[in-house]
Design a protein around this ligand. Structure first.
Ligand code: GLV
Length: 328
């Protein structure tokens, strides 16, 4: 019997390709070429499944042009690159990679917060540029992390991981806002108190964004929200580009209406708003929050496991739209 045909849309660990090859007829993209939508459609012709990353948009146009496709396994927890309703309507299963990246991503959120508040990259650039002539009392003086108020917008698994680090590791007061309030045991576990979005913006010394991107969360932080924040506050975005209005943020940073920002994700990435690049009070990283070697390997293996399980017995591990299974 011939194996199902799989497209791996981006370069990935060779051992994961080797695993997939035990189960599938694999077309890979190990040179990591960047494909246009038309090229993606061409590569998907005749394929039964796809191993995707956040960069491949799977929408009604792609689905209509690729009628043999049955599953897309995303190597990411976020899945705003998938039009889930269109996939369900087409009977195409979507899967993502939750849980395996929670702690690594929370670690990075905290690292970015600390680098931003304590001006680590800005001061390193100064040192490397040979500008360090003498000690001075206010050189790169930033804001404290211990004992401050940590605000979290979006309190899923990663938000709770950041809250635990702040509350238990740094004695921070933790407040959060989320579509739905956590139950009492979850709140106690991360010592977090639920507040309104306005209260969160007004009270946080450090505000971390960890909510999923959707049309409803587009520009959740824009000029009006930034205006409510403390002038000493830092803003950290490890969620998705588009949740913050980057142009409004650049202006607020330039005018010192908030102290600093740490950004791992950008509207229209890998392009970065040019105004952000000119500012010294922003730490910029290229969407690497989940990028520890063990976690990226775990994510790739979970995406592969979803493909293997789907074609074995239609029991994927982390389905996003199980209704799609019913129509196959
Ligand atoms: C990364 O951004 C992810 O969604 O896993």
């Amino acid at each position: 019997m011939s194996h199902p045909r799989i497209l791996v849309a981006r370069s990935v660990f060779p051992e994961v390709i080797a695993r997939l090859e035990q189960h599938f007829d694999v077309t890979s993209n190990q040179p990591d070429e960047t494909w246009s939508k038309a090229q993606l459609i061409e590569k998907l012709q005749g394929k039964d499944g796809a191993f995707t990353t956040g960069g491949e948009r799977i929408d009604a146009e792609v689905l209509a042009a690729c009628p043999t496709l049955k599953i897309c396994a995303n190597m990411a927890v976020g899945y705003n690159n998938f039009d889930i309703d269109a996939m369900t309507a087409a009977g195409v299963l979507a899967t993502n990679t939750p849980d395996v990246l929670t702690e690594t991503t929370a670690d990075f959120g905290f690292a970015l917060l600390m680098a931003t508040a304590r001006r680590i990259t800005e001061s390193e650039h100064f040192l490397r540029a040979g500008k360090w002539g003498k000690w001075s009392f206010d050189m790169f003086a930033g804001s404290d992390i211990h004992g401050s108020t940590l605000g979290i917008l979006g309190m899923g698994r990663i938000g709770q991981g950041i809250a635990r680090r702040g509350a238990h590791g740094f004695g921070m007061k933790v407040i959060y806002h989320n579509r739905s309030r956590l139950d009492a045991a979850q709140e106690a576990g991360c010592k977090a108190s639920y507040v309104s979005k306005e209260e969160l913006l007004r009270s946080a010394d450090h505000l971390v964004l960890v909510l999923p991107y959707s049309p409803a969360s587009h520009h959740s932080i824009g000029a009006a929200e930034l205006a409510l924040m403390k002038p000493t506050a830092t803003l950290i975005n490890i969620a998705r580009g588009g949740i913050v209005d980057d142009a409004a943020l650049a202006l607020a940073l330039r005018e010192k209406r908030i102290a600093a920002a740490g950004l791992d994700v950008f509207e229209g990435e890998p392009r970065v708003h040019p105004d952000l690049l000119t500012l010294s009070n922003v730490v910029l990283t290229p969407h690497i929050a989940s990028a520890s070697v063990p976690t990226r390997l775990a994510m790739a293996n979970l995406a592969a496991d979803n493909l293997i399980a789907y074609f074995r017995d239609k029991k994927p591990l982390t389905p996003l739209n199980p209704a799609a299974l019913a129509s196959r």
